[in-house]
Design a protein around this ligand. Structure first.
Ligand SMILES: [Zn+2]
Ligand SMILES: [Zn+2]
Length: 354
């Protein structure tokens, strides 16, 4: 059922999909361009253990993470291009007065279960109900820490359109989003909305909300190309040569929202180490790098701020401008200033201040 729903969406919404495998009745399996990520059931259990291990649950300690409250009205009236991190990979932004939201996961956990799974470390800077009208909601892939059923259900009446990877529409339809609001994309396809071009680009990752659904929908990243600002939103990815191609096609970018966190040797093909995140930023031809996919949910074995400390160190080594605003803090694209930023993620520094 979901596959056929998804096919209807593709044919109906975007004529440019008419030449794809829509008439193929066998379910699609998507693959990466450079590597075959095909973990066994045992590998999946290892990953699940990192999400749900008892030690973590018993010793759960919430770090103190500063959050700046976002006023809905001030976002609505903002005319300058800007971004606000809401947490993990959820980013609210304005580009050419178009309000954009990426991968909204605004519940308490990034999990299929309400009572278990990674719990958020910090409050939301703005609640789902207070969000201003979102013209465009971008989804990178269907993993729980990027596509949250409860958030979509609460949010969709306040959203103009959802731009999603191929075969992700079926989830949204199931959760009550009307089909005329959903547009599915293959890699390198793009669409212009109110003057802003949204281009879907490859990443090296995988998909599925269960072992059975593995790779039955596509994954990727988004280039947001405005009149004055270009922003790259990485979604989830291992390091691969596709970043260079993205830079060639859509770069340079004023700002990259780059996956920096939830890495481990066990899944090195499909998530980047912080040093690779900085290299990916350079490959896509980014000017300032803003690390996402950290701080909110504990999805790996490393401590919450290790990705930020390592990425900052590598950025300094390579002369990359690294900007890590507080959750909820407004960042104006015209005034990207990496000097004098408060290093709120470095607990040693905080200890020295006291
Ligand atoms: Zn993922
Ligand atoms: Zn993720």
């Amino acid at each position: 059922m979901p596959a056929s729903l998804s096919r209807n969406v593709k044919t109906r919404l975007l004529p440019l999909f008419s030449d794809t495998k829509l008439n193929n009745t066998t379910p699609q399996r998507f693959t990466n361009s450079e590597t075959l990520y095909n973990p066994t059931f045992k590998d999946t259990i290892t990953t699940l253990r990192s999400y749900l291990n008892l030690d973590k649950i018993l010793n759960f300690q919430t770090p103190t993470i500063p959050v700046e409250t976002i006023c809905s009205h001030s976002v609505s009236v903002e005319t300058r291009d800007c971004v606000y991190r809401l947490g993990h990979s959820s980013v609210l932004m304005k580009v050419d007065r178009v309000t954009i939201l990426t991968d909204p996961v605004l519940g308490n956990r990034a999990s299929p279960l309400e009572w278990a799974g990674p719990k958020r470390y910090h409050d939301l800077p703005i609640s789902v109900n207070e969000l201003p009208f979102v013209d465009v909601c971008l989804i990178s892939h269907d993993h729980y820490d990027h596509l949250d059923k409860q958030t979509i259900k609460q949010l969709h009446n306040n959203v103009g359109v959802f731009l999603v990877p191929k075969c992700v529409a079926s989830h949204l339809l199931e959760w009550g989003v009307p089909d005329n609001k959903i547009f599915e994309f293959d890699w390198w396809q793009s669409m212009k909305i109110s003057g802003v071009r949204f281009a879907f680009a490859p990443t090296q990752h995988f998909s599925g909300r269960s072992f059975k659904q593995r790779d039955s929908s596509l994954w990727g990243s988004w280039a947001i190309l405005g009149q004055k600002s270009n922003i790259y939103f990485s979604g989830d990815s291992g390091y691969f040569s596709g970043f260079k191609e993205i830079g060639d096609r859509y770069g340079p970018f004023d700002l990259t929202l780059m996956e920096t966190g939830a890495y481990d040797e066990n899944w090195a093909d499909i998530h980047m180490f912080p040093e690779q995140s900085v290299q990916a930023h350079l490959d896509v031809r980014g000017r300032v790098m803003l690390p996402i996919h950290n701080t909110t949910f504990d999805l790996s074995y490393h401590v919450w701020n290790e990705p930020l400390i390592r990425a900052e160190q590598e950025a300094r080594r390579l002369g990359v401008d690294f900007l890590c605003p507080k959750i909820g803090q407004k960042v104006l694209i015209s005034e990207l200033n990496v000097n004098g930023q408060e290093r709120w993620w470095d607990e040693n520094e905080k200890a020295h201040e006291v």
